[in-house]
Design a protein. Structure first.
Length: 139
């Protein structure tokens, strides 16, 4: 069994946003040479998420609206976490709602997706570089 590991780095100057990272993950799979196995993709930060869904701008806008209703950034004083001097409690909650990671089957050297599935990086506390781990195991 082979193993492959790579970190992808992202920077969003805005507080929140979504990036389709499917192409970068596919590039990692190609670099790995693994044809059958599993691929794990997860952010290495507790205020970011990786998830799978359709790459449709209306849906991404709906996520943004829903998440802001679920855990609004303002007022920051509404969160106990922010009493430590942080202002990102909402980002932690948004990450929890969107999930930590995805695992995708690898079949015949390709991501074994259903129709329309794409991998996204979700940023909820931007303004600094953050990394995403891609770990592939298989043969």
């Amino acid at each position: 069994m082979k193993s492959y590991r790579k970190e992808l780095w992202f920077y969003l100057p805005t507080r929140r946003g979504f990036i389709n990272i499917t192409r970068q993950v596919e590039d990692c799979l190609h670099e790995s040479g693994i044809k059958e196995g599993l691929i794990l993709v997860n952010p290495m930060h507790i205020t970011a998420s990786v998830f799978i869904n359709d790459d449709e701008s209306g849906l991404l806008h709906d996520y943004e609206s829903w998440l802001e209703k679920l855990a609004p950034h303002e007022p920051t004083s509404q969160y106990w976490h922010n009493r430590t001097g942080e202002d990102n409690a909402d980002a932690h909650i948004k990450r929890q709602a969107m999930g930590r990671e995805v695992v995708v089957a690898v079949t015949e050297g390709r991501l074994d997706f259903g129709p329309w599935e794409q991998i996204f990086y979700g940023e909820f506390d931007g303004g600094r570089r953050k990394r995403v781990l891609v770990k592939i195991i298989g043969e």
